[in-house]
Design a protein around this ligand. Structure first.
Ligand code: FEO
Length: 410
């Protein structure tokens, strides 16, 4: 069945309860592909679902109207999870016209033969009357693809925001208030953070600019309906504030310890380092790569002001799982975080140095020289680890304090 958002506006998406690998990003909560149907003089579908879920979407559309009566299909974003059902819905809604951005049109033509259908390209500020309602289109290039846009329902004050403000959550609840009642606010906020860290981290500055641009349009937003997860009907302002915080480099004054280990030498350094952090009043969260997914490590890195990366040395380089983490982190263009490294080596070091060089190349604040121990830490080595933890904590508190005093970038 379709779920009404407001009178005449329905969620007709699909829930993917079992997806755990979303092109490499581990989605422990599953996800949903949200599609919205607006019943007016010209019935309009905004976004579709991943093609495997076409029948689920079609069933929900049929619970409201005959799919052949759809006149307009808006594609806010052409990534496969939202647009790969377009061919099949066009085969059913044969009289429909497609609305998308110019880059959206060019991308869709790589996947579908659009020649039988009218395709109208739209820009920011363009409006489409569908009966008693008007849709306002807002381009959001690079949030997070070049083709991306949002669709605002003027009379109902609903912003269909495609990937922005989404979360990878599979749930029978459709709205924020329902999800908070059956799970918790903390769980929902964690899903927002996880999604932002893994997908939107590189685009923080663009997000701020786009929010500024939207506020100049003088539109009131009563509801934000993203293309993944729950719809924000009770408190859309909360997720907007969370995004502003992320985009202005807010972070917790605490430490993520992200590590891997060959023969448990690097791992044995951790309790003493954590003791040092704790004795300076800082919390730590420990994540072992190859046990926990890289996407969890990315989330914990983004959430906290400081990260310590533990790597054994293998063939004079950092350990492969750590190299993979550093590569993914580099692509996300992190900012305003402090990093150091620790680890064990056998014949010659190099892993710690490699991590610090990569972190410097990313423009992160680096606490040097890190700490590297031969083979296995023993008594006095563990003392050094403890002191390393304390010294890192002291530097991190000082670094974090510069943000707390109001400057965005120290
Ligand atoms: Fe949910 Fe960028 O696709």
């Amino acid at each position: 069945m379709a779920t009404p958002l407001k009178e005449g506006i329905f969620w007709v998406g699909a829930i993917d309860w079992t997806v755990r690998d979303f092109h490499g990003y581990v989605t422990e909560r599953g996800t949903s592909y949200n599609s919205y149907l607006i019943v007016d003089e010209e019935p309009t579908l905004v976004d579709t679902v991943r093609s495997q879920y076409f029948e689920e979407m079609l069933g929900r559309i049929k619970s409201v109207l005959e799919p052949a009566s759809i006149r307009y299909i808006v594609i806010d974003h052409i990534e496969n999870d939202h647009a790969s059902s377009l061919g099949r819905i066009m085969a059913v809604a044969r009289d429909a016209a497609i609305f998308t951005t110019e880059r959206g049109r060019r991308g869709l033509e790589r996947f579908f033969d659009l020649s039988p259908f009218p395709v109208r390209t739209v820009k920011t500020g363009d409006r489409l009357r569908i009966g008693k309602r008007r849709l306002l289109f807002i381009e959001t290039p690079m949030l997070h693809w070049p083709d991306s846009m949002m669709t605002y329902l003027e009379e109902d004050r609903i912003l269909i925001s495609q990937d922005a403000f989404g979360q990878h959550i599979a749930s029978s609840e459709r709205f924020d208030d329902e999800y908070i009642a059956s799970h918790s606010l903390a769980e929902l906020k964690d899903a927002v953070l996880d999604y932002y860290a893994n997908i939107l981290m590189p685009f923080g500055r663009l997000i701020l600019q786009k929010m500024e641009e939207i506020s100049k349009l003088n539109i009131r937003i009563d509801m934000i309906a993203p293309d993944h997860g729950i719809v924000w009907r009770k408190d859309p302002g909360m997720v907007i504030e969370m995004y502003k915080g992320f985009a202005t480099d807010m972070a917790e004054p605490s430490v993520a310890i992200i590590y891997d280990t060959m023969w448990h030498g690097t791992e044995r350094m951790i309790p003493s380092i954590v003791d040092g952090l704790r004795d300076e009043g800082l919390d730590a969260k420990v994540i072992k790569l190859r046990t926990d997914p890289t996407s969890l490590a990315i989330k914990e890195f983004f959430k906290r002001r400081g990260t310590l990366i533990g790597t054994p040395t293998l063939n004079n380089l950092m350990f492969p799982s750590i190299a993979l983490f550093m590569s993914q982190l580099k692509g996300l263009r992190p900012k305003a975080r402090m990093v150091s490294a620790f680890g064990c080596y056998g014949w010659g070091g190099g892993g710690v140095k490699g991590v610090l060089e990569e972190a410097k190349a990313m423009g992160l604040e680096v606490f040097e020289p890190g700490i590297e121990i031969n083979f296995r830490p023993k008594g006095e080595d563990l003392e050094k680890c403890y002191r390393f933890g304390r010294e890192f904590a002291l530097r991190l508190k000082e670094y974090h304090g510069r943000y707390e005093r109001g400057g965005r970038r120290p």
